[in-house]
Design a protein around this ligand. Structure first.
Ligand code: PHE
Ligand code: NA
Length: 460
């Protein structure tokens, strides 16, 4: 069975692309995950390694992905296939695109559940449930949510249905409209909360924690987590940047847009840290809280602070907006593929994708409720996994994303014809060389090294 060449249309402007791609990048990764992994890995030194990974690996790979999308103009696997044919290479290179679509799909199966927590917390915070509550009480609010399959299913369904509706409406009426409302709203809310935190929390200690590197606190696994997170936070190796690139107008500079998106994503992660930690430290709480940071520690702090109900509610609205603009990016590449392959309408493809995702999301839902059937107990690529959520999280962030990024770098720098790459990038020869050499040598070697270490082949 072959697919038809579909004209998917294009973003209405360069700004629309930047907004959508930044919307995809900025999400739970920045506001929920980055602050807590930074806390678990000792702060400043981890931040530095993370910034280096963004610069030396994330940005080059993102440029390669957007390039593949724009030159192929189809869903990731069909774009890579078209470029492999153009280069006279084996069409099985389309696996590079497939890896991404599969990773994006798997990520959304748990991302939608956690986005559901954020939405449900809008109502928890708004109802004043955190006001003067003891840490134990706030912890039990969170545990009650995690152990209640009905609540989890309702919120996950809400997230997936809304995602499906937006994606089903199409590029201009759905995606562009959603990001043009959600992104400015998110940014304003984040800045308000950061400003509030700076005046009401322990800002000095936060600055010291985030920007004074203490390398004795950095472990090897911290480096690994920083690398995996660089892929995750920039939405790499998950179909998103390839498919958004497929809608990019021909004359737009890929390099400039990508740098803008990466800077925006990085700044927002840092601002999220600057918004959350003053509140955490100011209330005598510890940095190493783990995934509970935003759902337990922060609410404890909001419950104690002046205006905490209002700012707590605003915080979770912001988190919800950020999560939605990422969720739509994760499902878009699968939808585009269904339109090409099955000749479905967008709406039908979105419905089909969302229903399948919903079924997969149950693996995560019942991992949290502790259902017996969702428990696992084995070692998988260097990690002991205890349930499906564990497995999917580790399989995507630590395995599929680095491997997908590696495959993308190899495909663009080693398989495609250099002239074709140069033509599509349309940038100065000097800068092109810097990027191309990084992508050809530095990126694959760095990723391979970290990955081989993960599976225990190389040990340092
Ligand atoms: N980059 C998003 C975040 O940081 C997550 C994401 C991953 C979005 C993959 C799209 C694709 O939250
Ligand atoms: Na991000």
């Amino acid at each position: 069975m072959s697919s038809v060449h579909v004209d998917h249309g294009q973003w209405s402007s360069r700004l629309a692309f930047i907004l959508a791609a930044t919307g995809s990048a900025v999400g739970l990764g920045n506001i929920w995950k980055f602050p807590y992994i930074m806390g678990e890995n000792g702060g400043g030194a981890f931040v530095l390694v993370y910034l280096l990974c963004i610069l030396g690996i994330g940005i080059p790979v993102m440029m390669a992905e957007v390039l593949i999308g724009r030159r192929g103009r189809q869903s990731p696997s069909n774009s890579v296939k078209a470029l492999a044919i153009e280069a006279g290479a084996n069409i099985n290179w389309s696996i590079v695109g497939w890896l991404g679509v599969i990773a994006g799909f798997l990520i959304l199966s748990f991302y939608s559940v956690i986005a559901g927590w954020a939405v449900s917390y809008i109502f928890e915070a708004g109802s004043g449930a955190f006001v003067d509550a003891s840490p134990a009480e706030i912890e039990s609010i969170f545990n009650n949510l995690l152990q209640d399959p009905i609540k989890l299913i309702i919120w996950t369904t809400f997230v997936l249905v809304l995602t499906g509706i937006i994606v089903g409406k199409g590029l201009k009426m759905g995606l562009e409209k959603a990001v043009s409302i959600a992104m400015p709203a998110m940014l304003v809310l984040l800045l308000i909360i950061a400003g509030y935190a700076a005046f009401n929390g322990d800002f000095t200690r936060t600055i010291d924690f985030m920007f004074t590197p203490d390398f004795s606190k950095l472990t090897y696994s911290g480096v690994l987590i920083a690398l995996g997170h660089a892929f995750f936070t920039l939405s790499l190796a998950s179909g998103a940047m390839m498919i958004y690139g497929a809608y990019l107008p021909q004359k737009t500079s890929i390099a400039q847009s990508v740098v803008a998106i990466a800077i925006a994503d990085t700044l927002i992660a840092l601002i999220a840290g600057l918004a959350i930690y003053p509140i955490v430290f100011g209330n005598g709480l510890e940095a190493s809280q783990g995934p509970n940071l935003v759902f337990v520690s922060l609410p404890i702090a909001f419950g104690q602070m002046w205006g905490g109900t209002v700012f707590g509610t605003l915080f979770f609205i912001m988190l919800g907006f950020a999560a939605f603009t990422s969720a739509i990016a994760m499902v878009e590449s699968a939808v585009a593929w269904l339109v090409e392959k099955m000749e479905y309408s967008r709406a039908k493809a979105a419905a089909f994708a969302v229903i399948t995702l919903w079924l997969f999301s149950m693996l995560t839902v019942f991992s949290f409720t502790g259902a017996e059937w969702a428990k696992l107990d084995f070692n998988f690529v260097g990690k002991h996994v205890t349930n499906y959520f564990d497995l999917i999280d580790h399989l995507t962030a630590d395995v599929l994303l680095p491997l997908g990024g590696l495959a993308t770098a190899i495909f663009v720098a080693w398989i495609m014809k250099k002239e074709a790459v140069f033509e599509e990038m349309n940038m100065s020869a000097k800068l092109f060389s810097v990027w191309f050499i990084t992508l050809k040598w530095f990126t694959p070697i760095a990723v391979l090294f970290v990955f081989l270490n993960l599976i225990g082949i190389v040990k340092i």
